[in-house]
Write a protein that binds this ligand. Structure first.
Ligand code: UDP
Length: 320
């Protein structure tokens, strides 16, 4: 099978590429190396075709999609920090760029796996979050919600084209973490706190640290992605891909300090200090995992403790 992975040099994309190569797929990667990194593909570099380019390039996207049997679309501007710093560029990539990939799949009749996000649900208080739930967002003057909105447009587009024959499935990631997380790239809380703990610097916890997330180890994230993309039972559907174990950011910080043996303490940083005025956070985020389990037979099995330990091992092996 010939498989195109957009964003294949990124944190999740590169792990997906590793698995696909292991499954004997002929893999083509399209990545603009904005937050991705060629070093992520080191182990499989000789087995894949790598194209440095952007999903905004209509010709490149058209040619690569035409050449593939299936497209895993993971290229996106990701990470709350990025979205807030570069709202315009992020919106353009996540709507126009994604639209081109979706439309090329329609034109060439290729199957599409659309990677979306749990940010879709916004700040809803209904837990757990089920795929068909209402979305609850703040004002358009709050840049954060542009990410959710852009990804929702992509989902709407894919769902609407599905009615006209597009073979596709959509997945919503819940806070993935693991090896290759880059504090300078994606900037997630796990990457930041791990880097700070290892450097024995204060761990910057935003707000009161009581906000929660469900952290999902990369092997689980990739397994869910593969199943949703390759299993015909997933076609036409939306799936939450995540672990449903809820952890507060304070508990995450304590666990990371204990695991690393760090002398760091926690420093609470106000949202205003970190993001400026008018920032809104999501207080809790828990996936309803039933659909992915019942339809795809997928459930995330790696505990936070084990996943962090594996991530730490990788960090120590690569950052010495
Ligand atoms: N966060 C934090 N310290 C950091 C980075 C993030 O306390 O150095 C918080 C952030 O404000 C949010 C949570 O950790 O409440 C998860 O943030 P992340 O950016 O990883 O993902 P999100 O779920 O917000 O997309």
């Amino acid at each position: 099978m010939r498989t195109l992975v957009t964003g294949g040099a990124g944190y999740i994309g590169s792990h997906l590429v590793d698995r696909l190569v292991g499954l004997d797929h002929e893999v083509i990667v399209l990545d603009d190396l904005s937050t991705g990194n060629l070093a992520n593909l080191q182990a499989v570099r000789a087995d894949i075709r790598f194209v440095e380019g952007t999903i905004l390039d209509t010709e490149v996207v058209g040619a690569l999609v035409a050449d593939a049997d299936i497209v895993f679309h993971l290229a996106a501007a990701v990470g709350v920090g990025h979205i807030i710093e570069k709202p315009l560029g992020s919106l353009i990539i996540n709507t126009k760029g994604a639209g081109q990939v979706i439309e090329a799949c329609v034109k060439h009749d290729r199957k599409l796996l659309l990677a979306s996000t749990s940010e879709i649900y916004g700040r809803t208080t209904k837990m757990p979050m089920s795929e068909d739930d209402d979305r609850v967002l703040g004002s358009t003057t709050i840049a954060r919600w542009g990410y959710s909105t852009a990804k929702a447009i992509d989902e709407h587009l894919a769902l609407a084209y599905a009615e006209h024959g597009l073979r596709m499935s959509i997945i919503r990631y819940f806070n993935s973490y693991g090896p290759r997380l880059d504090p300078r790239g994606y900037g997630s809380v796990v990457a930041n706190l791990l880097r700070q703990a290892i450097a024995n610097e204060p761990l910057t916890v935003h707000g009161d640290g009581l906000q929660t997330r469900c952290f999902t180890y990369i092997d689980d994230t990739v397994e869910g992605t593969l199943r949703a993309g390759l299993d015909p039972r997933g076609e036409g559907r939306v799936f939450n891909i995540g672990n449903d174990h809820e952890t507060s950011i304070n508990d995450l910080a304590d666990t990371i300090i204990a695991l690393t043996g760090s002398t760091s303490s926690v420093r609470l940083v106000s949202y205003e200090e970190r993001f400026g005025r008018g920032f809104e956070d999501t207080k809790r985020r828990i996936p309803d995992v039933r659909r992915a389990r019942d339809v795809l037979g997928f459930s995330a099995g790696v505990s936070l403790h084990d996943g962090l330990q594996r991530t730490l091992q990788w960090w120590r092996a690569t950052h010495q």
